[in-house]
Every structure is written in structure tokens, then in C-alpha cells.
Design a protein around this ligand. Structure first.
Ligand SMILES: NC(=O)c1ccc[n+]([C@@H]2O[C@H](COP(=O)([O-])OP(=O)(O)OC[C@H]3O[C@@H](n4cnc5c(N)ncnc54)[C@H](O)[C@@H]3O)[C@@H](O)[C@H]2O)c1
Length: 387
């Protein structure tokens, strides 16, 4: 199958592409404009594979996107391109509306025109798989049941509202135009190559630099955590075997308070790093509570029974196991972690983001990093990760 993946240079998209190239015969066309969160390094292992193609295109541009469809003639689309960070959506909501709502509508229109011209046999195979978030459902009280696919949408932030809008558009293109769509709504992902503006890599980076570990409000907000490798397995199953027009929730079975996530990271770092910065004894000493995010949701949790029962998927990684692998990976790739620190002044240079490093950050950290030594536990984890 030829699969066109939008946002394939991002955190989840790149994990999905690595998974397809290494575990299937699929061809992949990565369509990404390259911007915040993009990391072409994450694709180093697959760029020379003859089944991998990269097209630097903005999905908001109808004509360029149409040309890519005509050139590659995909059998399926997996749509991950998005503005993805809640904090940024509060600072500047309009770019989220532009990419997540208008960009999705644009992509749907390109896909519809393309699909309508396909021969019947190809039409039967074609799928438009939209990747979305559990945040579209709004938040839960501490005793509420986890969200199922039947819960009403009640998004709170401009990010989740823009993703909810895109989900509605995708459903309507199915109902109105007969486009064969699939939708998945997943919980918080974590794993290697995630941009350091997101919680887990941000905490690891700050910890290694001896900087405060900022926790919003009281830190009691609850999220479900999904290891990205488990997520991409689920995405493949839904694409290949999901029922047209259906929505599938994908959760990690790991509901945790933010403060407990950071404590687990600190315990793991304490165990894996011998020499700590600023003469601290434990990375927990760096935890600092900061003013809460506006409109911050208290709890998300998704019920994944549907995908478990229909497609026999379940997460294989525990949170502790996933964190161990993730921390060990960032320790083994510390320069990458520091280089992914994006300076505001660089944001407009979107096409160069993947090669840009914040040299000042690395230079400041180098004397300390040279002295970092790992415990034998860390070395074992790195070896296991690389297998
Ligand atoms: N990361 C999570 O925990 C999480 C959770 C739930 C849902 N999601 C959804 O999964 C998808 C991927 O998330 P991620 O964490 O990998 O995001 P990311 O920010 O790491 O990557 C997004 C990618 O999309 C690209 N992109 C953005 N606008 C584009 C445009 N106009 N044209 C082409 N490419 C564009 C970016 O350049 C980037 O490479 C998103 O749709 C997000 O809403 C993510």
C-alpha cells in the first residue's frame, strides 16, 4: 500500500513512518511543511529506503497538495499534520484554526477530488485516517467514567476546539460525500524524539541542566499516558482493519497525576544519572509549582474497549517501563535533546528548523554534560533500546 502521511516529520508521524518502513511492505510519502516540532533526524534510519519519499508541502496550500496526490497516487492518507501544543494555542489561537481546521478541510477536499476519480477497485481500498486527541471530549471529574467514543465533544482550549472541529469536518465528508474515513482519538503520547516543549522531554532537559521543573497549579491534573510505539501499532491496525466511518479511542492504561509523572521521571533520572547538576541529591529538589494554565482541564481518560475488542489491540508498555526507555534514550541523545530547544527568534525560519541547533544552550551545558556519567542501569536500558 502507498500511504501518504501528513505531519510525518513530527513526533508521532516520524515514529509511524519508522514503524511502517521497518515492519511492513508499505510505501510512505511524508508530507510536512517542517515547522515547530518537526525533526527530520527522527527519520535518519529510513531516508535511504526506496519505499520512503519526502515532500515539503503545506497542507493549507490546495494546489501543492493536489499535485502531491497526483504525483504519488496514494492508496490511503493518514493525517497527523497539526499545530499540536496547547500552550501555544493559548498564546496564538489563529494558527491552530488555520492549520487544524482549514488545513484539514483543504486536505479533505484534495482527497475527495482524488478519490472520486479512482477506479472502483482502488476506491474500495482507499481510506482517509484522521489522527485526533482525547482532549476533544473536555475534562472529567475524578469519579467519572473514562470517555467512550459516544461522549459528546466539549473541548476547552483553542487546540482541542480546533481538533474537535477537524473531527467534525472529517465525519461530515464521510456522511455527505461518502469519503471512506477513520478517526482515532488518543491520549498523551511520550517516547523518543518528542520536542522539548512537551512535558516529559521538557522535564528531562531541565533536570539535566539543573533548571527548575515547572509544574502547573497543584500538579494534580490527571492524564492518560500512551507510549508512542503502542500508538503507532494501533494506528496501523485501524488503517488496515478499522470499520469505515468509525471512531476508535486509543489510551495507554496509565492514568497519572502530572506531579506523579514528574516524580517518576525524577526517580528514574536519580537512578540512571550518577553526577547531578548544582550539587543536588535528587532531581525532585528542582520541582517548582507555577501559575496554572488558563482553562486547564483536570482529568482526561479514555476507554479503549472498542479497539481492544474489535481489533485485539492493547498497550504493551507500562508507564514505568516506557519512562525507563524514554529517559535512557534522551540520556543517550542529550545533544539532540538540547538542540531541539527552539529559540522564538527562529520560529519564522520554519524550513530550517530541523537543522538548527540552539548552540548557546549546548555550549552552556557542555562542561556539565562532559561530566555526566551513567549508572550501569542506564547503560543496560540504552542497549535494550537500541535492539
Ligand atoms: N503528541 C500527543 O501526545 C498527541 C496526543 C493526541 C493527539 N495528537 C495528534 O497527533 C498528531 C501528531 O502530533 P505530534 O505530537 O506528532 O505533533 P508534532 O507537533 O510533533 O508534529 C506535527 C507535524 O505536523 C507538521 N505540520 C504542521 N502544520 C502543517 C501544515 N500546514 N502542513 C504540513 N505539515 C504541517 C509540523 O511541521 C510537524 O512536523 C496531531 O494531529 C496531534 O493533534 C498528539
Amino acid at each position: 500500500m502507498k500511504i501518504l502521511i501528513t505531519g510525518g516529520a513530527g513526533f508521532i508521524g516520524s515514529a509511524l513512518i519508522r514503524y511502517f518502513i521497518n515492519n511492513s511492505n508499505h510505501q510512505v510519502i511524508n508530507v510536512d511543511r517542517l515547522s515547530i516540532g518537526s525533526c527530520l533526524d527522527a527519520l535518519n534510519d529510513v531516508i535511504n529506503d526506496t519505499r520512503y519519499f519526502f515532500e515539503q508541502v503545506d497542507i493549507c496550500d490546495y494546489e501543492s497538495t493536489r499535485v502531491i496526490f497526483e504525483k504519488h497516487k496514494p492508496d490511503a492518507v493518514m493525517h497527523l499534520a497539526a499545530e499540536s501544543h496547547v500552550d501555544r494555542s493559548i498564546e496564538g489561537p489563529l494558527s491552530f484554526v488555520k492549520v487544524n481546521v482549514l488545513g484539514t478541510a483543504n486536505l479533505l477536499e484534495v482527497a475527495r477530488a482524488y478519490y472520486n476519480k479512482l477506479p472502483e477497485l482502488k476506491k474500495n481500498i482507499f481510506r482517509f485516517h484522521h489522527i485526533s486527541t482525547d482532549e476533544v471530549y473536555g475534562d472529567l471529574g475524578s469519579h467519572d467514567l473514562a470517555f467512550t467514543e459516544h461522549n459528546a465533544y466539549e473541548p476547552s482550549s483553542p487546540y482541542s476546539a480546533s481538533k474537535a472541529s477537524s473531527d467534525h469536518l472529517v465525519r461530515s465528508w464521510h456522511r455527505t460525500f461518502g469519503l471512506p474515513v477513520l478517526i482515532t482519538n488518543c491520549s498523551n503520547n511520550y517516547g523518543m524524539y518528542q520536542n522539548s516543549e512537551k512535558l516529559i522531554p521538557c522535564m528531562i532537559k531541565n533536570a539535566l541542566l539543573g533548571k527548575p521543573l515547572p509544574i502547573y497549579g497543584d500538579g494534580l491534573q490527571i492524564r492518560d499516558w500512551l507510549f508512542v510505539d503502542d500508538h503507532v501499532r494501533a494506528l496501523q491496525l485501524v488503517l488496515e482493519s478499522g470499520r469505515i466511518g468509525e471512531t476508535y479511542n486509543i489510551g495507554g492504561n496509565s492514568e497519572l497525576k502530572n506531579i506523579d509523572v514528574v516524580n517518576t521521571l525524577c526517580f528514574t533520572l536519580d537512578r540512571l544519572v550518577n553526577k547531578k547538576p548544582r550539587n543536588i541529591n535528587s532531581f525532585r529538589e528542582l520541582i517548582t509549582f507555577v501559575t496554572d494554565r488558563l482553562g486547564h482541564d483536570r482529568r482526561y481518560a479514555v476507554n479503549s474497549d472498542k479497539i481492544k475488542n474489535e481489533l485485539q489491540w492493547q498497550p504493551l508498555e507500562t508507564f514505568e517501563g516506557g519512562v525507563e526507555k524514554t529517559v535512557a534514550w534522551y540520556l543517550a541523545n542529550m545533544k539532540w535533546l538540547l538542540a531541539s530547544d527552539i529559540d522564538e527568534s527562529e520560529l519564522s525560519l520554519s524550513t530550517q528548523v530541523d537543522v538548527k541547533c540552539n548552540h548557546a544552550v549546548i555550549d552552556a551545558a557542555l562542561p556539565y554534560l562532559d561530566n555526566v556519567s551513567f549508572t550501569s542501569d542506564a547503560e543496560k536500558s540504552v542497549v535494550q533500546n537500541n535492539k
